[in-house]
Write a protein that binds this ligand. Structure first.
Ligand SMILES: [Zn+2]
Ligand SMILES: [Zn+2]
Length: 250
């Protein structure tokens, strides 16, 4: 294991223990099997090794790994994002894909603590530099939330806010209409899918200057862009984003 990875995970373990005191995760956030006696950071020792931080160099805009010496990834060179900067915590692989899948669709709400701890350890320094006044989760359409029972981005935002000591506002931004999951939409239809689908509360206009948006994944970045657009329309000057992972197929 690389030195940076080792530091990342020893910090992750420590932060995870703090979280585990508040929320005991009954199952491993990577493999989904029971954790047994030793709760640790909510992930089996062996499973933890499967979670990797995003490898540098990173795109200065969207935070995805890039292979070149350029500042921006190919997508960000072609497309001007509305959000200011984004960071992802984990490199895309099967382990994190499975974990996020259960977090989203299998009622594994307790994973929020594990993932938030990892987010704070992996991206805490950058977030502190961004210095957000408030954390805002990417909202779910209210009818969808009623069916699922929770919005995983909201859970993640709340836990991250607790750990960072930054307030969380779950009502500031709303999704005004039903949108299809991005993985089900063809690439060229993705922008249209989320276009103008968000609205920030007008009565809170001008209350926040710097917002940290939180979501579970970033694919094209269009969802974050449309959220950022609505936030900026409500007077927010800077919108940065934290996601667990970037990639397709969630
Ligand atoms: Zn496991
Ligand atoms: Zn990029």
């Amino acid at each position: 294991m690389e030195e940076t990875e080792r530091i990342f995970f020893s910090r992750l373990k420590r932060a995870g223990k703090l979280v585990a005191d508040a929320v005991y995760p009954p199952a491993c956030a990577v493999c989904g099997s029971p954790l047994g006696e030793w709760s640790g950071d909510g992930v089996h020792e062996a499973c933890r090794e499967k979670l990797k931080p995003v490898e540098e160099p990173l795109c200065a805009k969207c935070g995805k790994h890039i292979n070149s010496e350029e500042m921006l990834c190919d997508d960000c060179q072609k497309y001007d994002h509305i959000f200011d900067q984004a960071v992802s915590v984990f490199a895309y692989n099967d382990a994190i894909k499975q974990g996020i899948y259960r977090f989203k669709y299998k009622n594994k709400r307790e994973y929020a603590g594990v993932f938030a701890a990892a987010a704070v350890q992996g991206a805490g320094r950058l977030i502190k530099m961004w210095d957000p006044d408030v954390i805002v989760p990417v909202p779910m359409y209210h009818k969808k939330k009623r069916v699922r029972g929770y919005n995983q981005a909201e859970l993640l935002a709340k836990k991250t806010g607790e750990l960072l000591g930054v307030p969380v506002d779950v009502d500031f931004l709303i999704r005004t209409r039903k949108t299809a999951p991005m993985k089900e939409v063809e690439k060229k239809g993705r922008l249209r899918n989320v276009k103008d689908a968000f609205e920030a509360q007008t009565e809170k206009e001008g209350v926040y200057t710097k917002v940290l948006l939180v979501d579970d994944i970033i694919t094209t970045g269009y969802t974050l862009d449309e959220c950022a657009k609505a936030l900026k329309k409500a007077g927010v000057k800077e919108v940065n984003a934290l996601t667990l992972c970037s990639g397709e197929g969630f």
